[in-house]
Design a protein around this ligand. Structure first.
Ligand code: B12
Length: 302
């Protein structure tokens, strides 16, 4: 990795674009997809910082963000989009997606297994998540059918569940985290990715899947005694709705623990000190919060 690459806090400092905005632009519009360092941190190169500056200028001139991103990306030199400019991992991911769009699971498996040498965290963030986002964007633009999206999503879900199964539930001593989807939510894979990252960090994850009511989530927490719970929200909800949801959760919960929400449906404005609600946009932020809140990885002796 080049020495000239900058971490997100530096990019936020020199461009004046807040860190959360950088993350939201990446997630929602794919403005840039910075490379990850060995510790998973984003590292931006010069051309990415320049592109972010251009997007910011266009937004300040009154362009809508989606339009600003398109204009800035179109003005970028060819190498940004040229097929030959892709890294090996991007190239293989692109090939996997191509096979999935043709419903060829055998070839998708074969190609995907060529990435076996990569750390799991990289496979999750740099291969599987981009495949999902790409097929989602294609579906939104009318370039992929519902069947192609479902087939691709099923492949990604199988890989994520396979990883979770292989990593196992964690040791007796590991602190537990309960991971669940918000009620009515069918999107499950952002949550699976977060559960996997937590597992890789050393937590024991109790994975409940999508669509879990707040009272049920609290009942599980009463049984397994986690250090915090995570709930994933993709469909936008209001701050008041989240507050009411967490109030029900707290009503059933016996021992107070932090409630962490994340996903496209919530923003930092949904955070609430009174109800101990933390809103974090991705695993990098979650890991930073875990350190600053001094959440223990291992249970205190009884
Ligand atoms: C697969 C998929 C589905 C599948 C889900 C299957 C499953 N088992 O999960 C199905 C077909 C069920 C589905 C349904 C719908 N979907 Co859909 N779907 C997708 C798709 C392609 C992938 C979703 C995904 O798993 N992403 C996971 C990762 C890749 O996304 P991510 O946002 O970057 O996730 C990160 C963060 O959100 C964060 N995070 C997530 N949870 C948490 C939790 C915590 C605690 C923390 C800290 C962080 C965190 O970490 C993740 C990893 O980095 C997306 C496309 C996309 N761009 O995501 C659309 C997408 C999410 N769907 C969308 C829509 C509109 C729908 C429907 C409303 C469509 C419809 N008209 O019926 C329904 C809603 C159903 C419901 N009630 O939930 C829109 C959402 C628009 C929005 N709200 O912004 C998207 C973005 C597609 C699009 N481009 O328009 N969908």
């Amino acid at each position: 990795m080049s020495r000239n690459k900058l971490p997100i806090r530096e990019v936020a400092r020199i461009t004046g674009i807040p860190r959360n905005t950088l993350l939201a632009w990446e997630r929602r519009y794919g403005v840039v997809t910075p490379e990850r360092a060995a510790n998973g941190y984003r590292m931006y190169d010069e051309s990415e910082v320049e592109l972010l500056r251009q997007v910011q200028n266009l937004v300040q001139q009154g362009h809508r963000i989606s339009n600003a991103v398109r204009l800035a990306q179109e003005a970028q030199p060819e190498k940004q989009t040229a097929r030959e400019g892709l890294t090996e991992v991007e190239g293989i991911s692109h090939e996997v997606l191509g096979h999935l769009l043709r419903f060829d699971r055998a070839k998708a498996n074969q190609t995907f297994f060529r990435l076996g040498w990569l750390p799991l965290a990289t496979v999750i963030d740099d291969v599987l998540a981009p495949i999902l986002r790409q097929v989602g964007d294609m579906w939104e633009r009318g370039e992929a059918t519902v069947a192609q999206e479902h087939f691709t999503s099923a492949f990604v879900r199988d890989q994520l569940l396979g990883m979770l199964y292989k990593l196992g539930p964690g040791t007796e001593q590991s602190s537990k985290v309960v991971c669940a989807g918000y009620p009515g939510e069918q999107h499950e894979m952002g949550l699976l990715m977060i559960a996997l990252h937590l597992r890789l960090l050393g937590f024991a994850t109790v994975y409940l899947g999508a669509d879990v009511p707040p009272g049920d989530l609290a009942s599980v927490a009463n049984v397994v005694d986690p250090v915090f719970v995570c709930q994933s929200v993709f469909q936008p909800i209001s701050r008041q709705e989240l507050r009411e949801h967490v109030a029900v959760f707290r009503g059933v919960l016996e021992d107070p623990i932090p409630f962490v929400a994340g996903g496209r449906g919530v923003t930092p404005d949904h955070a609430d000190t009174e109800l101990d609600i933390h809103v974090l946009s991705d695993f990098e932020e979650l890991a930073t919060w875990i350190r600053s809140a001094q959440i223990p990885l291992v249970k205190a002796p009884a």
